[in-house]
Design a protein around this ligand. Structure first.
Ligand code: NAP
Ligand code: GLV
Ligand code: GLV
Length: 326
């Protein structure tokens, strides 16, 4: 590979680029809070050996068709639904993600969001800041208990299992649904494997941690919410596309379920006037699952290491499409 060129689609700390800069010319999009324009991304992809992308960058066949030198795309996320994997494999471009390093941090946030939603923590905080706290009263901002309840995890993968481990501390009854059984989780966490329908019908908390795929797109529709307990709380830390959001709004309005905690949305950023945000029983976060300083730094380091490895002609650490690597 002569003169490798690497383009990073967001401004990330320079200190982690030392080794990469010894091997390649590196340039970055100028902003840390604004996505790269499509035009600039296409222009950069045409000359790049490697791209370090964000989950908010659509990486499609059109881009790869005009990227003759591209060998690797390192996505700064464990999810890679923003990337056309089939097109990448056909073009012999290896795609890398950032699994494991964000598992605990994302599980912490998922459990925190569950607690905030059940115990109305953000609503209570707005209440006091708005000067509405004039009296203590027995049922003021009364929420729902968490301890000893049933948590149903849809997508018992790395993060799902780590959420389940947190749930054991609250002595919750743990059940899960995956396409395949995970006997190790059953043994170590006392989790029960149930069908998707049974999970919906019997869980107090339904937590989605599946990746967004053709199968999970729109999985949580009105029918699914209708099957849930009337006092169920739905938590989504997977991807927004797994939820039919207008059905969720209708299910909340019709009291099919009681509340929802959402870290992810179909369109991100969600509009401030979206009915999901104006509903009193939702807690909405701006996709901050893995957002601790330590973890975001680790994710950046892993993404950069994957690029370094490919530039050196070695196998990357966390490829998604292994067969693409030659
Ligand atoms: P993972 O280890 O691959 O876990 C995914 C789990 O989902 C697996 O157990 C898989 O089991 C299950 N699954 C896949 N397709 C399914 C289907 N059709 N029906 C039911 N279960 C299905 O991934 P992870 O590291 O835990 O991450 C999971 C997802 O969380 C990511 O893909 C990403 O979208 C999301 N995420 C969000 C944030 C955030 O900031 N909010 C942060 C990190 C990750 P089977 O294959 O057996 O079905
Ligand atoms: C974040 O959403 C990720 O997939 O890492
Ligand atoms: C509440 O603060 C209590 O003492 O029960």
């Amino acid at each position: 590979m002569d003169n490798p060129y690497v383009f990073i689609t967001r401004k990330i700390p320079n200190e982690i680029l030392t080794e990469l800069k010894e091997l390649a010319e590196v340039s970055m999009w100028e902003y840390d809070d604004k996505p790269v324009s499509r035009e600039r991304l296409l222009e950069e992809a045409q000359k790049a050996t490697a791209l370090l992308t964000m989950l908010s960058d659509p990486v499609d066949k059109a881009l790869m068709d005009h990227a003759p030198k591209l060998k690797v795309i390192a996505n700064l996320a464990v999810g890679y639904d923003n990337i056309d994997i089939e097109a990448a494999t056909n073009a012999e471009i290896v795609i890398c993600n950032t699994p494991d390093v964000l598992t605990d941090t994302t599980a912490d946030l998922a459990f925190g969001l569950l607690m905030a939603t059940a115990r109305k923590i953000t609503e209570a905080e707005r209440f006091i800041r708005d000067g509405k706290w004039v009296n203590w009263s027995p049922f003021l901002l009364a929420g729902y208990d968490i301890h000893h309840k049933t948590i149903g995890i849809v997508g018992m993968g790395r993060i799902g299992e780590t959420v389940a481990r947190r749930a054991t501390g609250f002595e919750m009854n743990i059940q899960y649904y995956n396409r395949s059984r995970k006997k190790t989780a059953e043994e170590s966490l006392g989790a029960s494997y149930v069908s998707f329908d049974d999970l919906l019908r019997t869980s107090d908390f339904v937590v989605n941690l599946t990746p967004l795929t053709a199968e999970t797109k729109g999985l949580f529709n009105y029918e699914a919410f209708q099957k849930m307990k009337k006092d169920a709380i739905f938590i989504n830390v997977g991807r927004g596309g797994s939820v039919v959001e207008k059905d969720l709004v209708a299910a909340l309005e019709n009291k099919e379920i009681v509340a929802a905690g959402l870290d992810v949305f179909t369109e991100e950023p969600i509009s401030a006037s979206d009915p999901l945000l104006s509903h009193p029983n939702t807690v909405c976060l701006p996709h901050i699952g893995s957002s601790s300083i330590e973890t975001r730094m680790e994710m950046c380091r892993l993404a950069v290491r994957n690029i370094v490895k490919v530039v050196k002609g070695e196998e990357p650490e966390t490829p998604v499409n292994k067969r693409a690597f030659r």
